[in-house]
Design a protein. Structure first.
Length: 327
């Protein structure tokens, strides 16, 4: 393997077209939500926590996933956890979100569930209150488009006058905005390879398509090495492949449907605008003719009956207009 250069690595291998997006829900669970996933899951979680300036986790006591079916849904609104991790008194939900599904409110729901389930039964020792952390890998339009940072942390705060204070660190929300990451790191450079989090995010968004780039990342970070084996198992599962194909088809259909409705709404607005302009012109012409005929009647050029006939109205209707105009 050639040594990394300061520029993007030369890609001599043709990208694989049979790869499945690791952020696809069922694949994500297969990679990070199984017992055999402990090493790679701990590596990814701790890389994110370090970047968010949150204490890393120790050994993983338990790891599980509630999404255990091949649904391929693109509008899942259930509150099932993607990957649930317990490490000592810390409970973490690792989510992969590829669509705009009220991320903040969903995260609050997940945190509430985690906290409720993590609380010991009986008498509560508030000095040993469990910590819950919701980590979301968010691959949709940026939530704060004008902010360059792709990792943000939300926590409970108290505001007193112009000052804000952290209330507690027992509930934290970490958002990783992958489209912002892509905008800055769309090639495998030395800078990416020097940082475990950047390497992880690049692998999950771009590098998984190219074996050479995947190998370069895993060679640099042995803790990521097991990703290749887990990803290979996922690719070899025909049910998972079918679920992904179904998802892609459904996503294309929904995108086409949305595009169709957007186009029809635009056309309707344009048609309404054009119709309004035409109606305005017609009304303007009609009003102009009416004013001209009223003037001709006043000047004695034509009789009232002739003016009414030209305006397609009765004599009484025209006389009423004439009387109203005179008043």
């Amino acid at each position: 393997m050639t040594n990394p250069s300061n520029t993007a690595h030369e890609n001599t291998c043709k990208p694989r077209t049979d790869r499945i997006d690791p952020l696809f829900n069922d694949v994500f669970i297969r990679l990070f939500g199984k017992e055999e996933s402990r090493t790679v899951t701990k590596s990814l979680v701790n890389a994110i926590l370090r970047a968010a300036e949150i204490e890393e986790i120790g050994d993983i006591d338990s790891i599980s996933a509630e999404h255990t079916f091949f649904g391929g849904s693109i509008n899942c609104r259930s509150s099932r956890f993607d990957v649930r991790i317990v490490s000592e008194n810390r409970h973490i939900d690792l989510e992969a979100e590829r669509h705009e599904n009220e991320v903040d409110n969903r995260s609050l729901l997940y945190a509430s569930r985690l906290l409720d389930e993590a609380m010991p039964k009986g008498r509560i020792d508030f000095m040993k209150f469990p910590q819950v952390i919701i980590i979301t890998l968010y691959d949709a339009d940026p939530i704060v488009p004008d902010e360059d940072a792709f990792i943000s942390v939300s926590r409970l705060k108290r505001k007193a006058g112009e000052h804000e204070y952290d209330v507690t660190d027992r509930m934290l929300f970490v958002l990783v905005e992958l489209r912002k990451f892509r905008a800055r790191y769309n090639q495998l450079t030395d800078k990416v390879l020097e940082d475990e989090l950047l390497s992880w995010l690049y692998l999950l968004t771009e590098g998984y398509r190219d074996e050479r780039e995947s190998e370069a990342i895993m060679e640099k970070f042995p803790t990521i090495e097991e990703f290749a084996e887990l990803y290979g198992f996922a690719l070899g599962d025909p049910k998972l492949k079918q679920a992904y194909d179904d998802y892609e088809s459904a996503f294309i259909m929904e995108s086409s449907r949305k595009a169709y409705h957007i186009r029809k709404e635009r056309e309707a607005r344009e048609d309404g605008y054009n119709a309004g302009v035409q109606q305005g012109l017609e009304q303007g012409l009609e009003q102009g003719m009416q004013n001209a005929l009223v003037s001709l009647v006043r000047d004695g050029v034509i009789p009232n009956s002739e003016a009414a006939k030209r305006l397609n109205m009765s004599l009484d209707e025209f006389n009423a207009i004439l009387a109203n105009d005179e008043s």
